[in-house]
Design a protein around this ligand. Structure first.
Ligand SMILES: O=C(O)[C@H]1O[C@H](OP(=O)(O)OP(=O)(O)OC[C@H]2O[C@@H](n3ccc(=O)[nH]c3=O)[C@H](O)[C@@H]2O)[C@H](O)[C@@H](O)[C@@H]1O
Length: 364
């Protein structure tokens, strides 16, 4: 009886790798960024590379990302770029994983929805498997789209959302919701978890080479982000309007134009993600700028700042477009001490400058 009780008792959590335990005696932190050749990923690479103790490894399949975004780091001894699709397993030794890989623009993620949901589900499983094997901390970039077409405004993290499970956006928003579920399931199933142990016990356990913890997770819910290096033909609203204004084309406001979004400048986003990774809070945490604009207001602002002579035209919208979106960032302020600094009117000219250079449109 005693033997069978012993056999059926739950297994202890798996041990973090020796690499993780010896972290306190090593100078370098090895950081993987999946999707690091993309818009937000490449800005994150720039920031992490500023710290000489970081080694950065980017894994990207270049579906929407580009080597161009990382050209200044190629050949750097602390930087490595791997062509890799996260739907396949990746076996490397790292301390931290920023898991960003997934097309984020609606036209790109709807282009191959099966691939999008595979990236979110199988890709996140593979990254979690890696995190579990090597004892790495993993941060998932989830999205404001998990709130769907929200019935609560602004959206706090406690809101469960209003999502169409069979719509054309589901590959992305339901995909990210499953990715969040996987993160928490790995956290609960493969480790005692920081819900129950404060940080100092975690540190003490590592110093004593005890392995109380396994999969440490962080979840950021990213709200609409803009800035230099967005794909010019990305299809999202800020990049569309800036490219249209510079090409002298009418700004295409999708109907009704009263729908709202809250736009966060990319440097603020990267700062929020890094604070979340380094802090003690698992999340989910909203990272976004609460400044809220209708699409007509955004078009008028772009027109005024970049090209007052262009027209604004109303065009058809796509199904399930959320009518309003604005982050409640109380939690980010409290637990990360983070809030965005760059206002829309300050960020748009910085993005305009980058788009001018890439489109070859000189300033008048
Ligand atoms: O930019 C982002 O960070 C987010 O972009 C998309 O979400 P969405 O808010 O639909 O992004 P957009 O395609 O930029 O659309 C925003 C609004 O602008 C409108 N829009 C878009 C493009 C355009 O040319 N004109 C226009 O009025 C859309 O109808 C929508 O109401 C993604 O699905 C999110 O995951 C991602 O986090």
């Amino acid at each position: 009886m005693a033997t069978s009780e012993k056999q059926s008792s739950p297994k202890p959590p798996p041990s973090p790798s020796p690499l993780r335990n010896s972290k306190f005696f090593q100078s370098n932190m090895r950081i993987l960024i999946s999707g690091g050749a993309g818009f937000i990923g490449s800005h994150l690479v720039d920031k992490l590379m500023e710290n000489e103790k970081n080694e950065v490894i980017v894994a990207d399949n270049y579906f929407t990302g580009s080597k161009d975004n990382l050209k200044k780091w190629i050949g750097h001894p602390r930087f490595e770029l791997i062509r890799h699709d996260v739907t396949e397993p990746l076996l490397i030794e790292v301390d931290q994983i920023y898991h960003l890989a997934c097309p984020a623009s609606p036209i790109f993620y709807k282009y191959n929805p099966v691939k999008t949901i595979k990236t979110n589900v199988i890709g996140t499983l593979n990254m979690l498997g890696l995190a579990k094997r090597v004892g790495a901390r993993i941060l998932l970039t989830s999205t404001s789209e998990v709130y769907g077409d929200p019935l609560i405004h602004p959206q706090p993290e406690s809101y469960w959302g209003n999502v169409n499970p069979i719509g054309v956006r589901s590959c992305y928003d339901e995909g990210k919701r499953v990715a969040e579920t996987l993160m928490f399931d790995y956290h609960r199933q493969h480790g005692i978890g920081q819900f129950y142990f404060p940080r100092f016990i975690e540190i003490l356990s590592r110093l004593l080479f005890l392995t109380l913890f396994s999969v440490e997770i962080r979840i950021a819910r990213i709200f609409n982000t803009y800035g230099p290096r967005m794909n010019i033909d990305d299809g999202r609203v800020v990049s569309n309007f800036i490219a249209q204004a510079l090409r002298g084309e009418a700004l295409t406001v999708q109907k009704p134009g009263t729908q709202t979004r809250s736009f966060c400048y990319v440097s603020d986003m990267v700062e929020g993600l890094m604070r979340l990774m380094e802090g003690d809070e698992t999340g989910p945490i909203n990272i976004g700028n609460p400044g809220e604009f209708t699409m007509v207001e955004l078009a008028e602002t772009v027109k005024e700042l970049i090209n007052p002579s262009i027209k604004i035209k109303m065009v058809e919208n796509t199904p399930d477009d959320p009518r309003q979106r604005k982050p409640d960032i109380t939690k980010a302020k409290e637990v990360l001490g983070w809030e965005p600094k760059v206002k829309l009117r300050e960020g748009l000219p910085l993005m305009e400058e980058d788009f001018r250079q890439r489109l070859g449109v000189p300033k008048k």
